[in-house]
Design a protein around this ligand. Structure first.
Ligand code: NAP
Length: 293
């Protein structure tokens, strides 16, 4: 059994990006510039945005953080997005989700210029992904593809079962793994909360991607010998054993499942560290005008 080391792979990719940025700088080219908009002061969102800004610094990107008060209106946020769409120095930007309840996430996503939508959530980019056209892939599925690729995991002809059909993980990874490319060419079954006899289905998976947000949901009896298991779940639970007072749990019962697997991602340290790397890769592509010229 091989443990897929997301920390190691993400560090390798960050080094590759940093090298490319250094080369861009020495060639006198503009360096990638990522902006992030944070509305309100939700603790988790603050942490995610701070990590994104820090990662930009690490690879030599320029970054801009725009903080807006929690009572910002939808109209004001749309105006901010419009300014960022028009700002020639900014290659890509994200609006950290979720937004306060009085603002429609979807309306904001659709207001972002697809060329600058480095989160890959705009319907145009989702459509391009489904059509296998060049696009910004959403961060978590993109990270999963990178892990499969870097570990040279065979995907063609495999049966992939995805648990969870969210717009940010389950649905896009099911589309990506069914595409005619590598990683891809899987026969994909997408399962969700209305799926009957889910254990019977997961037991047939050569590759099992689990993203539902229920700690330890996938037990040993739900996985076949030799399966590749990608655990996307991250649930923070109080713990007296850690300094921070909490511990992170995946959707897979690691102790039961790991011994049966050929490959498995741990939580933490598996899929999680890949998310920011994907965002930076997309921003680099935006700066180099690789997707939209
Ligand atoms: P989400 O939007 O909450 O969606 C959960 C999905 O799981 C839904 O499609 C739901 O089905 C399905 N589901 C719920 N109970 C189920 C059950 N008993 N059997 C089968 N399917 C069930 O989830 P998400 O945003 O994708 O997040 C999932 C997990 O991944 C969370 O723990 C989240 O924190 C984590 N996550 C991690 C990363 C990372 O970087 N590692 C990134 C994003 C998310 P219905 O559609 O029928 O309701």
């Amino acid at each position: 059994m091989t443990i897929i080391d997301g920390k190691k792979i993400s560090a390798e990719i960050l080094d590759e990006i940093a090298l490319e940025v250094a080369n861009m700088k020495s060639a006198g080219s503009k360096v990638p510039h990522l902006a992030a908009v944070l509305v309100g002061n939700d603790g988790a969102s603050e942490t995610y945005v701070a990590a994104k800004v820090k990662a930009c610094d690490k690879v030599g990107f320029k970054s801009t953080l725009i903080r807006l008060k929690s009572d910002t209106t939808e109209k004001e946020l749309l105006e901010t997005v419009d300014k960022l769409n028009k700002d020639k120095d900014i290659d890509g930007f994200i609006v950290q989700l979720p937004l306060p309840r009085h603002i429609s996430d979807q309306k904001i996503i659709e207001s972002i210029a697809p060329q600058k939508d480095v989160d890959g959530f705009h319907p145009s980019n989702v459509g391009r992904m489904a059509l296998n056209l060049p696009t910004y892939l959403p961060a978590t599925p993109f990270g999963i593809l990178k892990l499969l690729e870097r570990y040279k995991i065979e995907t063609a002809g495999k049966h992939c079962v995805v648990v969870g059909r969210s717009n940010i993980v389950g649905s896009p990874i099911s589309i990506l793994l069914a595409r005619n490319s590598y990683p891809g060419n899987c026969t994909v079954t997408l399962t969700h909360s209305k799926t009957k006899n889910i254990a019977e289905i997961t037991r047939t998976a050569d590759i099992l991607v689990v993203a539902l947000g229920k700690p330890g949901f996938v037990t040993g009896t739900m996985v076949k010998e030799g399966a590749v298991v990608i655990d996307v779940g991250i649930t923070r639970m109080p713990s007296s054993q850690t300094k921070s007072g909490y511990k992170l749990f995946g959707d897979v019962n690691y102790e039961e499942v790991a011994p049966k697997c050929s490959f498995i991602t741990p939580v933490p340290g598996g899929v999680g560290p890949m998310t920011i790397v994907s965002l930076l890769t997309n921003t680099l592509k935006a700066c180099k005008k690789e997707i939209y010229s």
